[in-house]
Design a protein around this ligand. Structure first.
Ligand code: ZN
Length: 405
């Protein structure tokens, strides 16, 4: 009797486990590249809005256009939508769609808003710690949909989208998809500029819950500002929506090509035995970064620092080496070296970024050396931090360290 009872108890588990193995989705069965498209907000969550339009509608139109273009052009891409109608979904439900479909890429489409009607332009976010208040504000606004859910404190493990403290978790987080996410974001931003003639607000990082919960390279696009009349007109127009969708599609095509190159190599041979192709890849990336430097008339700044006017190939290589500086502070006004605001720190320099002058000290290719300089000034500038560049193009410190390897 005892034994019988035991079997009776175990049996449902066996059935359950068998069920899991049989019915769980298996990636190998659908080898297609899977992209999940997420139109932000929906249903009783309108997102940002103006008197004329709602963010949720713009996001959905662009996502539907984008999905349509992908499906027409790529038979080998599986498109999954988090929503195709005006429907409300929680952030976790959106991330679940990504993970249940074993997605290769996750694209969230949103529309920005600002209290200033003058703010405009497109930006693409990846997951990370927000380095500026404005980046944090975007993440806080987008995460605030969590508050629409009941028991959000329990469900989101105490994460409070409105509390700055909650975002500290993103500082210590390791995101193994960050490089690919940044790579894809950069291509998107380039497309927004070249294909749609949008203003480039750059690739940014902030703590977005939906990206954090998704196990693949993930980006969150802010198409533009609904709070800016001209941009709103563009984003609510059929032409604007189709153009923005096409720009993201073009970026996806580039990214997919790289993805195939990479995965093809993995199949053909052990990666370690192919330093040549890996180096080629690296060179190509370096080349792109360097040509960017020149395209954006960065030669002035480059020549100032590296004394190069007409770079030879060797010199170009030199420019491609990432450099580090310590950022002391930022200001709307240019401050002359030697000013008392620098508290006796000499040899300061500056660069312009997001409409601000950012003042720096030091110029090193060696991270340990710049870290030493940071330590020397930290008692005077407690918030001083390290910034990295390729030529005059600002990159993240992580990217720079990777390139240095
Ligand atoms: Zn949004």
């Amino acid at each position: 009797m005892k034994i019988l009872k035991k079997h009776f108890l175990v049996l449902p588990y066996i059935i359950l486990l068998t069920g899991i193995f049989i019915f769980s989705p298996v990636k190998a069965q659908d080898a297609r590249f899977t992209v999940v498209l997420d139109a932000g907000h929906g249903g009783h969550d309108p997102g940002a809005q103006s008197s004329l339009s709602k963010e949720k509608d713009i996001n959905l139109s662009v996502v539907l256009d984008l999905g349509d273009i992908i499906e027409k052009n790529f038979k080998d891409v599986k498109v999954v939508y988090t929503r195709k109608t005006d429907k409300y979904l929680t952030l976790q439900e959106r991330a679940d769609v990504v993970n249940n479909n074993h997605a290769d890429l996750f694209i969230c489409i949103h529309t920005n808003a600002s209290t200033s009607p003058d703010a405009y332009g497109a930006e693409t976010f990846t997951l990370g710690l927000a380095k500026t208040r404005s980046n944090l504000d975007v993440a806080m606004r987008e995460n605030s949909v969590i508050l629409l859910e009941e028991n959000y404190r329990t469900k989101y493990k105490g994460f409070d989208p409105k509390s700055v403290d909650s975002y500290i978790m993103f500082e210590f987080m390791q995101d193994k998809y960050i490089d690919k996410s940044v790579e894809f974001s950069s291509i998107i931003q380039k497309q927004f500029v070249s294909y749609c003639n949008r203003t480039d607000r750059g690739v940014r990082q902030a703590g977005f819950w939906v990206l954090h919960r998704s196990a693949c390279p993930s980006v969150l696009v802010e198409l533009g500002f609904i709070s800016n009349q001209t941009e709103e007109r563009y984003l609510t127009s059929d032409k604007g929506q189709k153009e923005m969708a096409t720009a993201v599609f073009n970026a996806l095509s580039d990214y997919k090509r790289e993805f195939e190159k990479r995965s093809g190599r993995q199949i053909s041979a052990d990666k370690k035995k192919e330093p040549k192709s890996k180096a080629d890849d690296h060179d190509q990336k370096q080349h792109e970064l360097a040509s960017d430097t020149f395209k954006h008339s960065g030669v002035d700044t480059v020549s100032k620092h590296n004394k190069i006017v007409n770079p030879t190939n060797d010199q170009k290589k030199l420019i491609q080496i990432p450099t580090f500086k310590v950022q002391l502070m930022a200001s709307k006004k240019k401050i002359k070296p030697g000013n008392s605001q620098f508290k006796g720190v000499t040899n300061t320099d500056y660069f312009e970024d997001n409409g601000l002058y950012k003042f720096t000290v030091g110029l090193e290719t060696d991270y340990s050396k710049i870290e030493k300089i940071r330590k020397e000034v930290i008692h005077k500038f407690p918030n001083a931090f390290i910034v990295a560049f390729i030529g005059d193009k600002k990159i993240t410190v992580n990217e720079a360290l990777k390139l240095n390897k």
